[in-house]
Design a protein around this ligand. Structure first.
Ligand code: PEP
Ligand code: MG
Length: 327
């Protein structure tokens, strides 16, 4: 099978009824970029910029950040790279950064990601400058993690725009265009998505954090790892509403959590209307094989049936459905 996946490297991720799915990889370090060529992926759908901070002994200065982003963009060439601004704090605490609080009882729900970045705006400004200068002359895609309310997106976007305007005044080269996205990881954001969508260029659903918050179940707890299913009706219905809202506002929506890297889960996401997946590189082969053997119209009908008939075990039903069609 591995050889078959390698042979499919240059085949496009197109469904049997001719819908092109965007298949991207998640990355975080300079060396991860080679996965683009190895897998034939369309781009990097999630570049976790905090990795550089986590592997450094000292705070990476702007120049070092900029060098990494530029290297990644150069290696990606024409393929898009979506940079996620730092998701540090909480359990990803940096030894060299002082926190205001000594301990947090619930770090995943704590002072992390954009919450921390908006408070420590020196950090965010340096990252904005590094991203803008690294992407000079190209399109810069940037997205913000753990947005809980629309104003957080507005504040983060304004911070980057201010740096962009400053660079222009300094007669420095800037990106041709900046595309701004939000990550949907906090359930509350789904309830006000209609307010945020008109301001977004794209939305990316982070199913790792989203499901941990939906089920109130720590994503890293070994006793809970198997308890709740990504193919539960609760998650599928929740995601379905998000996709419907994005379709209504014509905002591209993708999934960048681990869920999208499992073939049956990825198939369910296609059935909900998701057309962009960003997954771990090792999953590209199996997920592409699934995409190329599936027909979307009957899949969508099956998902609709499963969601309204909420008592069914969606995992078993989808597995049967796929096996019958040799997917
Ligand atoms: C997620 O939460 O699904 C996600 C993609 O971000 P991370 O795994 O880095 O928290
Ligand atoms: Mg997350």
């Amino acid at each position: 099978r591995r050889a078959a996946f390698a042979a499919a490297r240059d085949l496009p991720p197109v469904t049997k009824d001719d819908t092109r799915i965007e298949l991207m990889v998640n990355a975080g370090l300079r060396d991860d970029v080679s996965a683009l060529d190895v897998t034939g992926a369309d781009g990097i759908g999630l570049f976790r910029t905090e990795f550089q901070f986590l592997v450094s002994a000292t705070m990476p200065q702007r120049e070092r950040q900029q060098r990494l982003y530029k290297d990644v963009l150069d290696a990606a060439g024409d393929r898009p790279v979506i940079f996620r601004t730092v998701d540090i704090g909480g359990d990803k605490a940096l030894p060299y950064m002082r926190h205001d609080e000594d301990t947090e009882e619930n770090p995943a729900m704590g002072w992390r990601a954009l919450r921390l970045a908006l408070d420590r705006d020196g950090l965010m400004k340096a990252q904005a400058r590094a991203l803008l200068e690294a992407a000079a002359g190209r399109t810069l895609y940037v997205m913000f993690p753990l947005i809980s309310e629309p104003w957080e997106f507005d504040a983060a976007r304004a911070l980057i725009e201010k740096q962009r305007e400053w660079l222009i005044r300094q007669r420095k080269a800037v990106p041709v265009v900046v595309r701004y996205g939000a990550m949907l990881e906090v359930p509350a954001l789904a309830e006000v998505l209609d307010l945020l969508l008109p301001r977004l260029d794209f939305l990316s659903i982070g199913t790792n954090d989203l499901t941990q918050f939906l089920f109130a179940a720590d994503r890293a707890h070994p006793k809970l790892a198997e308890r709740y299913d990504w193919l539960s009706i609760a998650i599928l219905r929740f995601l379905s509403r998000i996709v419907t809202a994005c379709e209504a506002h014509k905002v591209p929506v993708g999934v960048c959590g681990e869920m999208g890297g499992r073939t049956l889960e990825a198939m369910a996401l296609l059935g909900l209307g998701i057309r962009r997946l960003s997954i771990t590189p090792a999953s590209i082969g199996p997920v592409k094989a699934m995409i190329r053997s599936v027909e979307l119209a009957p899949l969508r009908a099956e998902m609709t049936r499963l969601l309204s008939d909420g008592t069914a075990n969606a995992r078993d039903a989808l597995r049967d459905w796929a096996e019958k069609r040799r997917i």
